[in-house]
Design a protein around this ligand. Structure first.
Ligand code: M6R
Length: 608
């Protein structure tokens, strides 16, 4: 989704803004632009398409003089991805330029009002109303004009603003869209996320909703929504630049797949102390869990599928009833949620608009909230009563891999923790499962090594018009994620079915040569899934199965087999997903896709 950067300091701004925009590329965009203060005027450059076009047009920023400016990558919502609709947008008098991330929901009525007052619009965007409102309210004090403007806006926004009367100053304001200030020495920044800041500074301030910031090279002031200056703490970014670079891999996605042993270790290790699980400051005495009658897990996309896979472990071990609900559905439902509900919210980015909305609704109804999030200081992390970070490090590829597996690792920790605190697990079983949990990073590495054949197997499926992913129970949860991964990066249509459902309709689609990917890692149900494999093979399907090492029968049933190392059955999704990720990756590669930035998708979906 849209990315924002701002810089003020002694150096030329445009090259720094372009570098920041490149760091935000992974969020997804279809046009880009910069606005730089050049003497008494604003110099604007914007193009549709890639940042590379903007770099070419501006000679990597050298052709745009000035030391204070704002930049933007736009992911089109209102109006096509054209040069004119690209941000920044200029006021009619040329005095103000604005970049915006989010959606102004009442833009149509504001547009009518401003048009009637004589302001002319050049773009189809919702954002343009903002810059005209600022011009309308400006009486020599930009802070006042911005505050009056945002009081008229409904929806979500992170705004970056420059004005010719303030040649070395940036203004930034946020409401339900991420915005972070970067604090440097004699220079200051803002950006949608820390990946655009780490090359320059590791000190940052997370703006909260309703706050406004005023940045010059020497100072950073933050005001609350009433305009009073407030003190904000400066946080230290723990990611380094190297973590946000490809490190020799052809794609970020492959790098992130390979990072999973280390990422899952980072999620688990700090939380296992002297043979006990410690979930940071979450419910140390178990009193919260004792009052919980029901757990609801909510999220979107892969994070939701991580919830589906983790649900089995939580319910089976803690015996608390667990339901999983898509956040985009939950937000408009009338859910039965009360103060006996623990809402577990999963999100890599911590900024997904639907997930935030669902969380707000459940909080309003009295639920306690536990967020499992990767991005430190993100909106969901801050909104939750309790947050467990996944410590996966920056995930740049749009298709999540280590984001998903670290979420699962934390869900497994939670499941075991809840069972222990509620006294619903024998000591010996607890210790055995904890041992298995600790071995997962090593086993992920083994699963990666065992999945080397996926590169060759991708050649068998990449031209298929459609793929089936099947499995039962925990394997079905993996099939859901496998099909999503395949669709989003290879553009091959893929559907997942609970294997037992085939007979109820979908088996009609099985014809000679139809590829079926069968996840068969749940030992209690593997006989059943193998029967389903035999059924589809009898109708001509070609079956690739993911199975646990030691399952000899599978070799006589499936056409191809990729094994994962044995582990506790409840934890198998964390290993079984590895060949799914690699198969999707190599299929996308065989199809020549833009793997890290698949079409139409954004890394962090900050609008509905
Ligand atoms: O940042 P989040 O985990 O909240 O994102 C949720 C989904 O948008 C995300 O998982 C999406 O489905 C991924 N592209 C899947 O790879």
């Amino acid at each position: 989704m849209c990315g924002i950067v701002g810089f003020t300091g002694p150096q030329s701004a445009a090259p720094i803004l372009l570098q920041g925009l490149k760091a935000l590329e992974y969020r997804g965009y279809d046009s880009a632009g910069v606005a730089v203060m050049d003497g008494g005027s604003i110099r604007l450059e914007k193009v549709s398409g890639r940042i590379a076009n903007l770099c070419e047009k501006t000679r990597d920023g050298q052709a745009v003089p000035g030391c204070t400016g704002i930049g933007h990558t736009r992911w089109a919502t209102h109006g096509a991805p054209t040069d004119i609709n690209a941000h920044p947008h200029l006021s009619n008098d040329g005095r103000f330029a604005v970049v915006h991330n989010g959606i102004i929901e009442n833009f149509a009525s504001l547009r009518d009002e401003l048009t009637q007052k004589g302001y002319s619009f050049v773009s189809e965007t919702d954002t343009e109303v903002v810059v005209h409102l600022i011009e309308m309210y400006y009486r020599g004090n930009l802070k006042t004009a911005v505050m009056k403007t945002v009081s008229r806006l409904e929806g979500s926004y992170a705004l970056g603003i420059v004005c010719t009367d303030y040649p070395d100053t940036l203004f930034a304001v946020r409401q339900a869209s991420p915005l972070i200030l970067g604090i440097g020495a004699g220079e200051n920044f803002f950006a949608s996320d820390v990946t655009a800041l780490v090359a320059h500074t590791k000190n940052c301030i997370y703006l909260d909703d309703g706050e406004l910031a005023e940045l010059s090279p020497e100072s950073v002031k933050v005001y609350d929504c009433a305009g009073q200056e407030i003190k904000k703490s400066v946080n230290r970014i723990t990611w380094d630049l190297e973590a946000a670079e490809k490190g020799g891999y052809e794609h970020f996605m492959l790098k992130e797949i390979m990072e999973q042993p280390a990422a899952v270790k980072s999620a688990l290790t700090p939380r296992i102390k002297n043979g006990e699980i410690v979930l940071d400051d979450f419910d140390p005495d178990g009193s919260l869990l004792r009052g919980v009658s029901r757990i609801v897990i909510t999220a979107c996309g892969s994070a939701y599928y991580a919830g589906c896979a983790g649900r089995y472990a939580i319910e089976r071990l803690s015996r608390i009833p667990v339901t999983t609900v898509l956040a985009s559905e939950l937000r408009y439902d009338d859910p039965i949620i009360d103060d006996g509900t623990l809402l577990i919210v999963l999100s890599q980015s911590g900024e997904t608009a639907d997930t935030i909305a669902a969380m707000k609704e459940c909080k309003r109804r009295g639920a306690s909230t536990l967020a499992i999030v990767n991005v430190v200081g993100s909106t969901i992390a801050k909104m939750a009563d309790h947050t467990l970070y996944t410590y996966a490090g920056p995930e740049i590829a749009v298709a999540t891999t280590k984001g998903y597996t670290t979420q699962l690792a934390v869900l497994f920790l939670f499941a075991l923790y809840a069972a222990r605190k509620l006294g619903r697990i024998e000591d010996a079983q607890y210790r055995a499962l904890l041992r298995q949990l600790k071995e997962l990073p090593k086993k992920i590495q083994q699963a990666i090594d065992m999945a080397h054949s996926t590169e060759k197997l991708a050649q068998k499926v990449h031209k298929a018009p459609s793929l089936f992913f099947i499995g039962r129970n925990t394997d079905y949860a993996v099939a859901l994620e496998g099909a999503l991964k395949m669709k989003e990066i290879s553009y091959v249509h893929a559907e997942s079915y609970a294997a037992g459902e085939l007979k109820h309709g979908t088996i009609a689609l099985i014809v000679e040569g139809q590829p079926v990917i069968a996840v068969c890692c749940n030992e209690k149900l593997s006989e059943k899934t193998m029967s389903n494999i035999i059924e589809v093979k009898a109708r001509g399907a070609k079956v690739l199965s993911v199975a646990v090492q030691g399952n000899r029968q599978i070799f006589s049933v499936a056409d191809d087999v990729v094994c994962i190392p044995p582990t506790e059955q409840l934890f198998t999704p964390l290993l079984a997903v590895i060949p799914m990720q690699l198969l999707a990756y190599y299929t996308a590669k065989a199809n020549g896709r833009d793997i890290d930035k698949p079409r139409n998708l954004a890394k962090s979906v900050t609008v509905e």
